[in-house]
Design a protein around this ligand. Structure first.
Ligand code: ARG
Length: 410
């Protein structure tokens, strides 16, 4: 009885405090007061910091997301690094069309699918932001190399990554992607003005020294051997990485040395993040690693979808963490559908809207079943033509804001 009385006394006191707060802000919520303030920013005046950027993992409730654009996407020139990252089946396509836009009709279909995906996200209560439309057909030359075209702004996941209130531009490793950040500068300036921390990791020069021209492209055995030694088509001449080789679980960040992310790049990010984070390097049985999210996709606190074709060599570590690793079912996409820049495993490249809702493909029935078994509600969209540009839902997006705090999940 005594305890009950003291509880109700505390409750009464709390009520008093919240009444005072309500009077002080003159509105029902402190958040509304802050939003109203943000609207009153005068040009040239330094705005009050708020939280325009906040994300620590891949599954907290999603509030704002950047969705890429298929518009103007160009086929990259068939350079060493492109050859090492693409399926032999498409090499003739690259030789023929490298330096020109991807087929119009295909891009039109991809655009419709991505518009639908944006509508679905909005319907699920997420704010959708888009990069600028850029003419990727302009050729360019730096003192170190030249390129007939830029690639695209289809995959924000590859170039942008968020750690808490910091949004970072990755250095990239393909010459056709050197200037890709330009498509995101309007958004980044806006987030910066609203209080976000904005970082651009040092760009590699991308001269010839960054690429191993003797890399054994044709021999899978040699590539497996080199992958074991941690050697890929990019050298260690200077740091490079794509953001999509990293995947976040709060204080623990997982990364793979890949065709586009080298050890120096991983070390750069490790030092940049400092002692608050642990950066773990993972290796997979994969002669062609590029972007971790169709290989090892962390979808919840201690929950991972793993690619059965690319087993992880550090599974023991995850057992120790007590994490659950679920093997993805085989993808079902037909062989004659073009996937110019990836494998079919985009089926597992899903975007979590929160721990209980996933954005995934309408046409990949086996993985839909897998989510149902896990008790995760599927929100389905068909982006089969958009997939052809090299990405699924996770690649086509970067989460700018998820409701949650920095935590440890191990
Ligand atoms: N390299 C992966 C595969 O072929 C595709 C990863 C795509 N991810 C991305 N963020 N673009 O399975």
């Amino acid at each position: 009885m005594k305890t009950l009385q003291s509880v109700s006394a505390v409750l009464r006191q709390t009520k008093l405090v919240s009444d005072v707060l309500l009077k002080a802000t003159g509105s029902g919520s402190v958040l509304t007061a802050r939003t109203q303030h943000a609207k009153r920013v005068v040009p040239g005046e330094i705005p009050q910091p708020s939280i325009p950027v906040n994300s620590h993992n891949e599954w907290d409730p999603l509030e704002e997301v950047i969705v890429g654009r298929p518009d103007g996407a160009c086929v990259p020139q068939f350079t060493t690094e492109v050859k090492a990252n693409t399926n032999e089946k498409y090499w003739d396509f690259y030789k023929k069309y490298g330096g020109t836009p991807f087929p119009d009709k295909h891009i039109e279909k991809a655009k419709q699918e991505v518009e639908e995906m944006c509508n679905v996200l909005r319907h699920e209560g997420v704010i959708v932001r888009r990069p600028d439309v850029i003419n990727w057909e302009k050729d360019y030359k730096t003192p170190d190399f030249s390129s007939p075209v830029g690639l695209y702004s289809a995959m924000p996941r590859d170039i942008l990554i968020v750690f808490g209130n910091e949004i970072m531009e990755a250095p990239m490793a393909w010459r056709s992607r050197f200037f890709e950040y330009r498509a995101y500068r309007s958004l980044l300036k806006e987030y910066f003005k609203a209080g976000a921390k904005w970082t651009a990791a040092p760009k590699p020069l991308m001269g010839d020294e960054l690429y191993d021209n003797t890399y054994p492209i044709e021999s899978i055995e040699d590539r497996h051997r080199l992958a074991k030694e941690g050697r890929f088509v990019t050298t260690e001449f200077e740091p490079c990485f794509d953001a999509a080789d990293f995947i976040r679980a709060g204080r623990d960040i997982f990364v793979q040395r890949s065709q586009v992310t080298n050890h120096l790049g991983i070390e750069w990010l490790r030092r940049h993040l400092g002692p608050e984070y642990r950066v773990h390097e993972l290796t997979f049985h994969d002669p062609n690693p590029m972007h971790i999210d169709a290989t090892f996709n962390i979808i919840g606190p201690g929950l991972v979808i793993a690619n059965p074709d690319r087993p992880c060599n550090q599974l023991k570590m995850f057992e120790k963490f007590g994490w659950k690793i679920v093997q993805a079912p085989k993808p079902t996409l037909s062989d004659d559908h073009p996937l110019w820049m990836s494998s079919k495993w985009l089926s597992m490249n899903v975007l979590m809207l929160d721990e209980d809702r996933v954005l995934c493909s309408k046409v990949e029935k086996p993985i839909i079943k897998m989510f149902e078994k896990l008790g995760i509600k599927t929100v389905q969209v068909d982006i089969t033509h958009a997939n052809s540009l090299g990405g699924g839902f996770h690649c086509w997006t970067t989460d700018v804001r998820r409701r949650g705090e920095l935590q440890s999940y191990i």
